[in-house]
Design a protein around this ligand. Sequence first.
Ligand code: GDP
Length: 198
Amino acid sequence: YFSGPIDFLKSAPTLEHIPEADLPEVAFAGRSNVGKSTLINALTNRKGLARASNTPGRTQELNFFTVGDPPEFRIVDMPGYGFAKAPPEVAKRWRHLINDFLRGRPNLKRVLLLVDARRGFRDIDIELMKMLDEAAVSYEVVLTKSDKLKETQLAATTEAMALQAKGHAAAHPEILATSSQTGLGVDELRKAVIQAIG
Ligand code: GDP
């Protein structure tokens, strides 16, 4: 699956600009600076692929990438959230865009919710989890920057977070620890994406 070409398709500031729902999609979400672009690049072995999403002006948009030739599925890079300095209207726009996207995207097979292993769930992550539960979109929590924790700390964090996620209807029971730096969990994440695509 990931051996074929992966191309930036388009950037969508509103739902009017999103591609037709004619291919399965897996989306990546998380707080700004969680390591989302780096992980998408590690996953796809394409340095700089998700850089497009991090360029000014595109950070608040849904970015679509096509995988395979002919295209087999799409990766959706969702706008990062929880940026401390974001004005309230930006947060409001984010909520609307994400809510509308989640509720109106039957081809969205799974959301990978990225959380910094050192920080655990923040309020805004929990808010997104509730949105996902309500939209009945299946999601899996993925820890990023796991290299920053000792093995025992990582195990304890993963366990505690799995308990927290348990109360959420649409959450996958397992939490996947990754590091783009060491490659930990990247193969597993690739498998999770392929499994979600079905
Ligand atoms: P994004 O805003 O979520 O797309 O975050 P980026 O991918 O741009 O990464 C934010 C920062 O975290 C950058 O300085 C990265 O070098 C760093 N980073 C990303 N992944 C890792 C990782 O696995 N381990 C460590 N230690 N740092 C990482």
